[in-house]
Design a protein around this ligand. Structure first.
Ligand SMILES: [Zn+2]
Length: 451
């Protein structure tokens, strides 16, 4: 392992819309209205200025972070937000959507239909654009009278479409891949993704961090201001310096004063996974939450007034408010026991888990994921469907239930049994590896101190 890691310094935060900008624009329109009113009757000016000052205080105070509420920033985490990433002024990138085509992706990059046809014809000689994959990116770079379009085939190869002399030219290019080890630490002041980004962590690695700790920390409701993390990861980048892959090697997350560790370790069987310092697996029988980056809008209660039906009845599950289309994950391995329409639940999925007594239910879905139907085996963390508002729902949310022997229990109170630890015979080797990585993290902490 190299001794000198790349240390991310405070980078400028990516130019994403922030809630406070919205509030500032409200202020400015309020000001304009008040100015117009004051022009009609000048004598009212003191009242106008006073009113504006009062509202300013209200709005500004609401911008501040409330330490008692969850800090996840849903806005940025929606699939739509990741669809079109504007990298620089002249570089545009779109990801191929499910059900999307090369033509629709290229149109999203600003090309006309006839141009997309010309590009498709040029590409045919090296790689047919009829064969593209969901989640892969098309990138457009505009230069001096030249347009470059790239389609990533895999981490090492891409299709290059180049426009010059009024024609499209296609070629396959190798992407030279190198890697480096990076250390980043951050303290949460605003939201996980904002503070991680400020500390120099890319969104991909932040998402990996969320995945690694998803069994212990519910990022939708456990995160607090003052939480902090440090992470050591390996970053693969191409010849243009663009990061194309990231793997967390070791991480430490301090959540509400509790310290969680994750060490990536390869067993002699070749299987790689994340373990705690004592060799226990970080994977539990169940995820702590079936949706990432959402907020709980209604908890498990024995009685509450139903928002649609009006009368009071028990709420036998937990509601997660999230934007329509947000992916829903299977809480644990199991078999689909039901996938269809069920009264007020709307589009419902029920999973019977490895522990036969346990079932989970996911209601109000907009649609099911491809290949999800009764009898199908699903793995923990697999996307089974998407948040919607089918059935009796006032807005898009996931109604989630955990049932033990047919009775709904509070999902937030279910005990999570861990997966297999490092085998005894390999424990000594693991502990040595884990200690080495933990010492590295500790020495970095001392060097840099907590942000
Ligand atoms: Zn509900």
């Amino acid at each position: 392992m190299p001794q000198d890691f790349a240390h991310r310094t405070r980078a400028t935060a990516a130019g994403r819309p922030h809630e406070s900008l919205k509030q500032l624009s409200i202020l400015s329109s309020l000001w304009q209205v008040l100015v117009k009113l004051s022009m009609m009757k000048v004598v009212y000016l003191p009242i106008v200025v006073g009113t504006f000052a009062f509202f300013s205080m209200l709005v500004v105070s609401s911008i501040r972070v409330d330490a008692s509420v969850q800090l996840t920033h849903e806005e940025w985490l929606q699939p739509e937000a990741h669809d079109l990433l504007k990298l620089e002024n002249t570089v545009k990138k779109v990801l191929v959507r499910s059900g999307g085509s090369a033509i629709s992706s290229l149109k999203n990059l600003g090309f006309s239909f006839s141009e997309t046809m010309a590009m498709q014809a040029a590409a045919k000689k090296v790689h047919s654009l009829a064969h593209i994959q969901v989640g892969h990116a098309f990138t457009r770079e505009d230069g001096d009278g030249v347009i470059d379009v790239y389609y990533e085939l895999n981490a090492a190869q891409r299709l290059h479409l180049n426009h010059y002399k009024q024609a499209w030219h296609a070629s396959l290019e190798q992407i030279a891949v190198s890697s480096r080890t990076v250390y980043v630490q951050a303290k949460i002041e605003d939201s996980l993704f904002l503070d991680a980004s400020k500390a120099g962590l890319d969104d991909r690695t932040t998402m990996n961090l969320v995945d690694v700790f998803a069994w212990d920390i519910d990022f939708a409701r456990d995160l607090r201001k003052g939480d902090q993390f440090q992470v050591l990861y390996e970053e693969d980048y191409n010849d243009k310096g663009k990061v194309i892959g990231s793997t967390i090697i070791a991480a430490e997350f301090v959540n509400q004063g509790r310290i969680y560790h994750a060490i990536r370790h390869q067993l002699s069987s070749g299987k790689e996974d994340y373990y705690a310092l004592n060799g226990k697996s970080l994977r539990k029988a169940y995820l702590k939450s079936p949706v990432k980056y959402s907020r709980i809008s209604s908890r498990f209660t024995s009685a509450r007034k139903h928002p649609v039906l009006g009368y009071t009845r028990a709420h036998k599950g937990v509601d997660y408010a999230a934007r329509s289309g947000t992916p829903i994950y299977a809480l644990g391995d199991g078999r689909i026991a039901f996938a269809g329409w069920k009264g007020g639940y709307g589009r419902l999925i029920e999973i019977r888990h490895g522990n036969r007594d346990h079932r989970t239910r996911y209601g109000h879905m907009r649609k099911f994921a491809r290949g999800i139907h009764k009898g199908v085996h699903v793995k923990q963390g697999q996307v089974i469907g998407y948040v919607g508002m089918s059935g009796l729902a006032t807005g898009p949310h996931l109604h989630f239930e955990f049932r033990v022997r047919g009775r709904a229990v509070n999902p937030l109170r279910v005990k999570h049994a861990p997966a297999k630890p490092v085998p005894k015979a390999e424990m000594a080797a693991y502990l040595e590896h884990a200690n080495m990585l933990q010492q590295t993290l500790d020495s970095e902490t001392q060097k840099w101190g907590w942000g």
